[in-house]
Ligand binder design. Structure first.
Ligand SMILES: *Cc1c(COP(=O)(O)O)cnc(C)c1O
Length: 372
């Protein structure tokens, strides 16, 4: 019983087969259709689909112009890609602590971490709960910073009536199989800015363009130019066809996740050993993860794993990894993040989790916390 997994039906399979029989396996019509479908869903002007969520973050940092000497503030309670993307560009990730209740980046600590070198904020909507975007945007306006949302957990979430993906300079999604919808591997960057859209598109494909408005000279119809040092971060039509088909089920997937959350919350409501997730007013989490806090996490984790339950821990504070420790982060401490990490467990949550499987998880969690 995994903590998260994909949910693929016959329509998804047929959509992929149809592309295999078509003329385009990559850079074809399915890519633009998938981009439009996600852009329309979240209410963004532009979307750029790429090979994975990490590539989406990398391209976003490139489009933001992050380079050596620039600092970018993010959270330590995230997947390493959220800060690695800054390192790829030669920039310096700076970690701001999280809030004890929401587990998301603390706007007050963002303020404390701002220097003359700060260029951007990467806000991660941990578990699918939106960060405090009003406060983050206010800080960004005050200090002239770009805001990138790492919304790998938050496709379908909304913040005070605004969909995640519509609000900031750029927002990235991932379509890895554990996320809300999947393309196998895949990612996307959303933006409302014409200029950023142009740069995102360039960096996705080697920095190469055929756009007449961008060429410095034009030798003829065959002509193209490389304007930037970009990458091959393209996604295939095969993947996008799967994504298009999966998008039809996104609301259903999220509804299923919400039902699972309600059952967990009810089951643990009177279990004082279990701290259930923060319920944000005015916002809808898309519930990528269901994380609880428990004392004696290791014993409880081991018991649940021994019972065949695919519990996990999201996340180990990024700066504590040996790579970061060797590269100047050995004195970094975010107290709330470190305390949270000690107690975290992610319980199974995905569209295919059955009620009896969930009952099994609940029963074992309750027994484990009472025994430990
Ligand atoms: C999954 C994830 C990513 C990376 O996405 P990939 O598609 O696996 O490259 C980045 N950030 C967060 C918070 C994630 O959960």
């Amino acid at each position: 019983m995994p903590y998260g997994t994909q949910s693929i039906d016959e329509d998804d399979i047929q959509a992929v087969v149809d592309v295999l029989r078509s003329n385009f396996l990559t850079t074809g019509p399915a890519v633009a259709q998938f981009e439009k479908k996600v852009a329309d869903y979240v209410g963004a002007k532009y979307a750029v689909a790429v090979s994975n969520g990490t590539a989406a973050l990398h391209v976003a940092c490139l489009a933001a112009g992050i380079k050596k000497g620039d600092e970018v503030i993010t959270t330590p309670i995230t997947f390493a890609a959220s800060s690695n993307c800054v390192l790829y560009c030669g920039g310096t990730p700076v970690f701001a602590d999280i809030k004890k209740d929401t587990y998301n980046i603390d706007p007050d600590d963002i303020r404390r971490k701002i220097t003359k070198k700060t260029k951007a904020i990467i806000a991660v909507h941990f578990t699918g709960q939106p960060c405090e975007m009003e406060e983050i945007h206010a800080i960004a306006r005050e200090y002239n910073l770009l805001v990138i949302e790492d919304a790998a957990h938050a496709l379908g979430a909304d913040y005070k009536g605004k969909m995640v993906g519509s609000m900031s300079d750029m927002t990235t999604f991932s379509f890895h199989p554990v996320k809300h919808i999947t393309t196998g591997e895949g990612g996307m960057i959303m933006t409302n800015s014409d200029a950023l859209y142009e740069r995102l598109s360039l960096f996705r494909t080697h920095g190469i363009t055929r756009d007449e408005n961008l060429l410095t000279v034009n030798d003829g119809d065959w002509y193209y130019q490389q304007l930037e040092l970009g990458y091959n971060y393209r996604i295939t039509d095969i993947q996008c066809a799967l994504g298009i088909s999966q998008m039809d089920k996104l609301d259903l997937f999220i509804e299923n996740r919400k039902k699972i959350v309600r059952r967990y919350n009810d089951a643990f409501a009177n279990v004082e050993e279990v701290v259930t997730p923060y319920q944000q007013e005015e916002c809808n989490s898309s519930w990528h993860l269901y994380v609880i806090q428990v004392k004696k996490r290791k014993e409880i984790f081991d018991k649940l794993r021994a019972a065949g339950i695919g519990v996990n821990v999201h996340y180990i504070p990024v700066y504590s990894f040996p790579y970061y420790q060797k590269h100047g982060y050995d004195n970094v401490h975010c107290q709330n993040a470190e305390k949270l990490y000690e107690n975290l467990i992610s319980l199974p949550i995905h569209a295919k989790l059955t009620q009896s499987e969930q009952d099994y998880v609940i029963e074992h969690v309750i027994t484990a916390v009472k025994d430990c």
